[in-house]
Design a protein around this ligand. Structure first.
Ligand code: ADP
Ligand code: MG
Length: 503
């Protein structure tokens, strides 16, 4: 298990005219499963394809067509559940959720209602080094995605694209354990990171592969703690649900706006109607989509076309055995094995390829130095160039070569940065570049001594001053470094200067 000590962050407080308020937030995240085929058909799951080109007869709900479960999608949901340390249910049931919409040809969505495939789990949400909150997962169920209605292509007609119809979706439902807008964003980021590690969802929010319904309520300080103790939702405020957020920034704006709106209503003596709302990114506001009275009656019932889904423990165990090391574990291991800070460990494990790169560099080398070069020099440079580690012009072997040259005192830290720039723009073997361009650090004390003598001979008045004021010795070190093009070993220069000044 994870032995990561952390402090719980404080909940976001808002002040009203009648006192302080706190936010309570629960998220329903819809994550598209990474798979080649859809949940119940052989239709391709391929974002960006020509509209209506990936529609199997089942997806179009042609008469007499029957759904057949895609085992790979089930495995992906189990994998996700295991990654969230959740219970996997050996038996789950698919239900029909009935509603009418043009992009839903069946007239119902196949979903899971009472018996989801994944039960309770948790996600650790990191806010800053040493500060994290455990957000409980209530359940994950598998369901079909709907198609897309396009209303803005023509002034008179709407268009329907059924490519997305039937793609497998995981709905990941959190407990209302999120206590502020930043935490909500971090929670989604962490889920995305874990699913990318697992390979179960690509997490592309702009493409709609990851979207969230955000439930927000407000309560008085202390109420949430009562809720955790008793499990009684009655001590919390009435929630509103903001549908279909697919940007972290809008999600945070929506939460802030919504909490303030609710506080104003309550403080004016009103009550909050439990309703579904939409966020308007132009106005920065949420507005009513439908109230509780207008809420759909989905008339859920078990889908008669599908048997209950029964899976075997052995199959789950096999999936569990194939899980990669996950971000939290990797972070802790990097701190332990390489002695890096939690911050650096988090940066180095943000994505799997970053971590692989770092470990290739750090292998057989000093962990902290390696982390420093990867995080500050390489990632900094990649960021500036808008590149990821996969297209880094400097390979792990090349960066390791630069670090080796510093470690063996062949080059100084300053020259190493110049060398890094050369490798970045021209490529090549660092050791050969240093040799060919005469960048080697001068450690030969005779040569350094000669350079020191020369500088001292040309500035006798400075020598006299420095003998009185030893702090001025630094000036000579700087001059010698300059004279040698930065190649003299600074340590050696300092020692020789001091000896010659007798300070
Ligand atoms: P539904 O299926 O009707 O949307 P759920 O009970 O499944 O309702 O809850 C949906 C989400 O709302 C969950 O993520 C849950 O944590 C969250 N939630 C429930 N009560 C509150 C509340 N008082 N404040 C904020 N979020 C809440
Ligand atoms: Mg809901």
């Amino acid at each position: 298990m994870l032995d990561l000590a952390f402090e719980e962050p404080v909940a976001t407080r808002l002040s009203g005219v009648t006192g302080d308020w706190e936010m309570v937030i629960g998220l329903e995240v819809h994550a598209q499963v990474r798979s080649q085929a859809k949940l119940f058909s052989g239709g391709a799951n391929d974002f960006g394809a020509e509209p209506n080109s990936n529609v199997a007869l089942v997806d179009a709900a042609m008469p007499g067509m029957l759904p057949v479960i895609n085992e790979y999608c089930v495995a992906q949901a189990v994998r996700t559940g295991l990654g969230l340390k959740a219970e996997i249910n050996l038996r789950s049931v698919f239900d029909r959720k009935n509603y009418f919409y043009p992009d839903l040809p069946q007239g119902y969505q196949i979903s899971q209602f009472k018996y989801p495939i994944v039960g309770e789990g948790e996600v650790l949400v990191n806010l800053e080094p040493g500060v994290a909150r455990r957000v409980r997962i209530e359940r994950i169920h598998l369901e079909q995605d709907a198609g897309k209605s396009i209303h803005d292509m023509d002034p008179e007609s709407s268009f329907v694209d059924l490519n997305r119809t039937g793609v497998a979706l995981m709905e990941i439902v959190s407990r209302p354990d999120i206590r502020g807008p930043e935490e909500a964003a971090e929670y989604v980021r962490k889920l995305r990171q874990i699913m990318r590690y697992l390979g179960t969802c690509d997490g592309e929010m702009q493409e709609g592969s990851l979207r969230a319904d955000v439930n927000v309520s407000v309560c008085r300080p202390g109420d949430y703690e009562k809720f955790v103790e008793t499990g009684d939702f009655g001590v919390l405020g009435t929630r509103c649900e903001i549908k279909n957020m697919n940007s972290m920034r809008f999600m945070q704006q929506a939460i802030n706006y919504e909490a303030r709106r609710q506080i104003d209503i309550i403080e004016d003596g009103g009550v909050i109607d439990q309703e579904t709302r939409l966020f308007d990114p132009v106005k920065g506001e949420t507005r009513t989509m439908r109230s509780k009275e207008e809420a759909h009656d989905y008339r859920y019932f078990p889908c008669p076309d599908l048997l209950p889904l029964e899976i075997e423990q052995g199959w789950i165990d096999d999936i569990a055995a194939s899980l990669p090391e996950l971000p939290d574990e990797k972070r802790v291991r990097f701190m332990r094995d390489y002695g890096v800070t939690e911050y650096d460990a988090a940066v180095l494990s943000a994505a799997q390829n970053d971590a692989v790169f770092f470990e290739q560099v750090a292998k057989g080398r000093d962990g902290k130095t390696s982390a420093n070069w990867v995080v500050n020099e390489l990632f900094g440079r990649l960021n500036k160039a808008g590149l990821t580690v996969e297209d880094s012009p400097v390979s792990a072997a090349q960066l390791g070569g630069v670090i080796d040259l510093i470690a063996s005192n062949a080059i100084s830290g300053k020259i190493a940065k110049e060398l890094f720039e050369i490798v970045w723009s021209e490529g090549g073997d660092p050791a050969e570049i240093v040799e060919a361009r005469g960048m080697k650090q001068v450690t030969d004390t005779g040569a350094i001594e000669a350079a020191v003598d020369e500088v001292m001979a040309s500035s006798p008045e400075k020598v006299a001053q420095a003998k009185e004021k030893p702090a001025l010795a630094g000036w000579f070190v700087g001059q010698v470094m300059k004279a040698t093009g930065g190649k003299a070993n600074p340590q050696a220069v300092q020692e020789i200067v001091k000896a010659k000044l007798g300070v």
